[in-house]
Write a protein that binds this ligand. Structure first.
Ligand code: PEP
Ligand code: MN
Length: 263
């Protein structure tokens, strides 16, 4: 069902009045984690001003260490919904547990499946039952075929509104947090009809590399980006090192415009 052979024309995903996978590139931006009402509202207003159409922010954050910040959970979802009301941005957040799918779908517009859950088949089957678009991140060691088969679970479960998200894979290189595999953008576009989003934040782990790799992703044909932005990255409770400041995000957006016009 995910293959272009089965479905030759590009799938366009509707999120409110936005269309992902068509001629427009959509930028999803916001903090790694929702940390407070003021943090998410300030970020939402700034990224909308800069041209983003979708707000990101994690409310459920099971982390590598059990002692690290674990997210605001439902309170965080409420802050995201409030930011949507105030700004008109659509909202995406990660759902990590089958028991939370209904709750997360109630508050948000796009359900994110995190890299570590790409092959959590019960979770894939559960999000397939919602009518929400799904952002399916690539597992840190997943092949293209495994990733497409994970998407197949969601389509087979009755939800054909799936976007792939390349967020870097685990390689021997450790200067960057992950190795961003931009070759997946044209590869997926040739093999599948589903939109492809790129995450240069988790893909590099370093804010200095985010804007150059964002530009490369657009040049490679990505349908959108998901980028971590924080008003004070040095104080962020998660992923500060890869988060753009509000002015740096604005600068990246201006530069992306030029690339988008050139390709
Ligand atoms: C995130 O988007 O903050 C996140 C946890 O990403 P990933 O699942 O790609 O690691
Ligand atoms: Mn993050």
């Amino acid at each position: 069902l995910v293959s272009r052979e089965f479905h030759p024309t590009d799938t366009i995903i509707k999120v409110g009045n936005l269309e992902i996978g068509g001629s427009q590139i959509h930028i999803m931006a916001g903090p790694c984690s929702v940390e407070s009402r003021s943090q998410i509202l300030e970020t939402a207003h700034a990224v909308r001003e800069a041209g983003a159409t979708i707000l990101r922010g994690g409310a459920f954050k099971p982390r590598t260490s059990p002692y690290a910040f674990q997210g605001l959970e439902e309170e965080g979802l409420k802050f995201l919904a409030e930011a949507r009301e105030e700004t008109g941005l659509a909202v995406t957040t990660e759902v990590v547990d089958v028991r939370d799918v209904e709750l997360v779908a109630y508050y948000t517009d796009i359900l994110q499946i995190g890299a570590r859950n790409m092959q959590n088949f019960n979770l894939l089957k559960e999000v397939a039952k919602t009518n929400k678009p799904i952002l399916l991140k690539r597992g840190p060691s997943a092949t293209l075929e495994e990733w497409m088969l994970a998407a197949e679970y969601i389509l087979d479960g009755g939800n054909d509104q799936v976007m792939f998200c390349e967020r870097g894979i685990r390689t021997f290189e450790n200067y960057t947090r992950n190795t961003l595999d931009l070759s997946m953008v044209p590869a997926l576009h040739s093999l599948s009809h589903l939109p492809v989003i790129v995450d240069p934040s988790h893909g590099t782990g370093r804010w200095q590399l985010v804007s150059p790799m964002a530009k490369a992703a657009i040049a490679a044909g990505a349908d959108g980006l998901i980028v971590e932005v924080h008003p004070q990255p040095e104080k962020a409770l998660s992923d500060g090192k890869q988060s753009l400041t509000l002015p740096n995000f604005q600068k990246m957006m201006a530069e992306l415009d030029k690339i988008a016009q050139a390709v």
